[in-house]
Design a protein around this ligand. Structure first.
Ligand code: ADP
Ligand code: ZN
Length: 294
């Protein structure tokens, strides 16, 4: 079976074709321009490959309520051209195939849970720290949607006294995770590309502190069995031991779980699927569109 996958991002769209064996066979990337241009280009690409189902992991906010008349629409995004765009309906109707959609980070969480770092568990948290900060949550064997979908990137943190930009850079909130710790925040605060900051720069202690605060809140709020950290900023692998150490310190022995107290190296981890979590998640969504779970 030919399964189409779309990772819809603010700067690029990544399309691929895979199969039920969970293999991605072909991939193409196109810039995210206006919907009138990009949607027809995506339709042509998938049409030429005769896909039989489509899975979409997208930036948001997006309407994920299947009972809603605007299910699968991008809603109030700051990307103005994409506001109120029926992303899923347009692709599904033009291609005439079953389709499923979730956030890009829920798709990645789904793939990490089924096939990656959280395989065999009932819960996990997947967080990407890149251009923004987003999180997907699996709890009790289900992706969490709730009211809309989790927006963990905007959780409020305790800004540190030694932070030269303690309010961060989110246009909506002072002191939220994304505003303090996403790639662009690091770069605005220190006036340099994040990848060019040396390992011993104070930027990374501060970054690890904010990400550890997030881990602590996540542990207390959702009790995930695994925390998976991905995205461009986490290419700085030296952050992992810092984040683990600071998480332990901030938790202060309160959460009496051996996974944390004795084995935190296997609790806060890199994605098991590397940079493929999003595409693999979209592939699993495409499969679910054909063979709905339960
Ligand atoms: P996106 O979030 O757009 O999908 P990424 O996850 O690659 O893409 O995030 C891009 C951001 O991550 C950039 O803004 C940059 O600040 C940061 N980044 C990318 N690569 C690195 C790196 N090797 N080291 C540190 N930061 C990086
Ligand atoms: Zn915010």
């Amino acid at each position: 079976m030919r399964l189409g996958t779309l990772e819809a991002g603010g700067t690029k769209m990544v399309l691929s074709v895979g199969n039920e064996q969970k293999e991605l066979l072909e991939q193409e990337s196109m810039p995210t321009e206006a919907p009138e241009k990009t949607i027809p280009a995506m339709i042509r690409w998938f049409e030429a490959r005769k896909i039989e189902a489509l899975g979409i992991g997208t930036f948001g906010p997006v309407d994920l309520n299947p009972a809603s008349p605007t299910w699968g629409w991008i809603t109030s995004t700051p990307k103005l051209a994409w506001r109120n765009t029926p992303l899923l309906p347009r692709l599904r109707d033009a291609l005439g195939v079953p389709a499923a959609i979730d956030t890009d980070v829920n798709a990645a969480a789904l793939a990490e849970w089924r096939l990656g770092a959280a395989k065999g568990l009932n819960s996990c948290l997947y967080v990407t720290i890149g251009t923004g900060v987003g999180a997907g949550i699996v709890a009790e064997g289900n992706l969490v949607h709730g009211l809309m979908h989790p927006e963990l990137g905007h959780m409020l943190l305790q800004p540190r006294e030694n932070d030269p930009s303690p309010k961060g850079f989110c246009p909506y909130h002072a002191g939220c995770l994304e505003g303090l710790a996403a790639g662009p925040a690091v770069e605005k605060r220190w006036g340099r590309k994040a990848r060019e900051l040396p390992e011993d720069h104070e930027a990374w202690e501060l970054e690890a502190d904010y990400l550890a605060q997030m881990c602590v809140t996540a542990v207390c709020a959702f009790s995930p069995e695994k925390i998976i950290l991905g995205g461009g900023i986490m290419q700085q692998k030296h952050l992992f031991p810092l984040i683990r150490r600071k998480t332990l310190a901030l938790l202060n022995g309160y959460i009496q779980a051996p996974a944390i107290l004795e084995d935190i190296d296997h609790y806060i981890v890199e994605p098991g699927l590397g940079t493929r979590s999003g595409a693999m998640g979209a592939l699993l969504l495409a499969l679910e569109a054909v063979l709905p779970r339960k």
